[in-house]
Write a protein that binds this ligand. Structure first.
Ligand SMILES: C[S@@+](CC[C@H](N)C(=O)[O-])C[C@H]1O[C@@H](n2cnc3c(N)ncnc32)[C@H](O)[C@@H]1O
Length: 369
């Protein structure tokens, strides 16, 4: 990868050799990590080697009168100034210098400390500008000029303030096994950062469930990234997620894809399990009759902290479990519990985060007989 700061900024790390060799090291580490659970080869899904990130967050660094994008140095205190970044998609990469120039020329840089980019694969971009000051009408008018000139949407964020110039989402199309799915990605909500690898991950997860019928329960569903494709292969899907903005996006995405057999519930996993077990009642669950569902499959995609013991034990009651994890360490901890009742049928590594030690993993588990 042709990056001037390669290995120094917080976004990537130096390994010996090129992409293939870096990926091999990552695969070897994880093959070894999981060998006590699964001794067959882990299936590997590669990333494009550059321009793979559809979202990226930068600090804005003030050097005298100059403004620069920056990231924390990977090894010691201080930052690395970044004028271009071959990891972000080509649209963000082309926009970065134009945007900082416009901010500088139109004097929007005062107390600006961050810029977050979110882009679709066809170039629609929303940029969040983060400030340590309240934003006024003058800011709004100037930001609107920049947004118009550059053909982007801008969100101004400051303490207790969010100003939207244009709109606060972009629309991404994913091609999964030859079928297009449309998703609204909302600014400041979780979205998978590497769209090409995301497509492979969804296709793998659909395949992992291909021989299962009935209904699906999904925990940590976000904006319906997996849920909506899953709705094509299950009779009904019951999906929960803690974030209000993600659930709102999930409902909009369901309509965008003309899907009707999903029930999205805004609830933490802990609340949802309490509701199912009759420990607590929730208005948000009142319209759901769990007896209407024939669930023998569960899909989970938790945050980096993984699942707690309680949620692992809850998940163990279902015959089929598919677990996507962005943290192999917490995945290994959770597999200690899940493999007491289930056998691992397949494992995959999705290289969502090239040139870093991070790996996204997929595991298909089936109840032991
Ligand atoms: C790794 S993301 C996966 C989202 C989605 N599956 C996707 O592919 O975009 C994890 C999601 O879990 C949600 N989450 C975190 N803690 C949660 C909890 N205790 N209960 C329910 N959802 C939670 C987050 O808001 C986030 O959307």
């Amino acid at each position: 990868m042709n990056c001037k700061h390669f290995g120094e900024c917080g976004a990537c790390r130096v390994y010996e050799g090129g992409y293939e060799s870096q990926l091999k090291q990552k695969v070897d580490i994880n093959q070894e990590r999981f060998v006590n659970f699964f001794s067959n080869p882990i299936e590997v899904f590669e990333s494009p080697t550059q321009n793979y990130r559809s979202r990226s967050e930068f600090k804005i660094w003030h050097v005298g009168d100059e403004l620069h994008y920056a990231m924390n140095h990977i090894e010691h205190k201080g930052v690395v100034l970044i004028d271009e970044c071959p990891q972000v998609n080509t649209y963000i990469n082309e926009l970065m210098p134009k945007l900082i120039k416009a901010i500088d020329e139109k004097e929007l840089g005062f107390k600006l400390f961050g810029a977050d980019f979110l882009s679709s694969s066809n170039g629609e971009i929303v940029v969040s500008l983060l400030y340590h000051r309240q934003l006024d009408q003058a800011w709004q008018d100037t930001a609107a000029e920049i947004a118009k000139d550059l053909g982007i949407y801008i969100i101004g964020r400051a303490r207790k303030q969010k100003l939207v110039i244009g709109q606060d989402y972009i629309t991404e199309t994913l091609d999964i096994n030859g079928q297009n799915y449309i998703f609204n990605y909302i600014e400041n909500s979780f979205t998978q950062p590497n769209s090409r690898v995301n497509e492979k991950m969804i296709a793998w997860a659909m395949d992992a469930f291909s021989d299962h019928k009935g209904d699906l329960l999904e925990l940590y569903c976000g904006a319906g990234n997996f849920t909506i494709p899953f709705a094509k292969i299950f009779d009904k899907v019951l999906a929960t997620e803690i974030s209000k903005s993600s659930i709102n996006a999930a409902k909009a995405n369901m309509a965008l894809n003309s899907v009707e057999n999903i029930e999205f519930i805004r609830m933490s996993v802990e609340e949802f399990v309490d509701a199912l077990n009759g420990v607590r009642e929730f208005n948000r669950m009142q319209h759901i009759n769990i007896e209407d569902y024939n669930i023998n499959s569960i899909f989970v995609d938790p945050p980096r902290s993984g699942m707690d013991e309680f949620t692992c034990k809850f998940s163990s009651q279902f015959d089929n479990i598919v677990y996507i994890s962005c943290n192999p360490e917490t995945l290994a901890r959770d597999l200690d519990i899940l493999t007491q009742t289930h056998e691992i049928k397949s494992m995959a590594l999705f290289d969502q985060f090239p040139y870093t030690h991070h790996a996204e993993m997929g595991v298909k588990l089936v109840k032991k007989v």
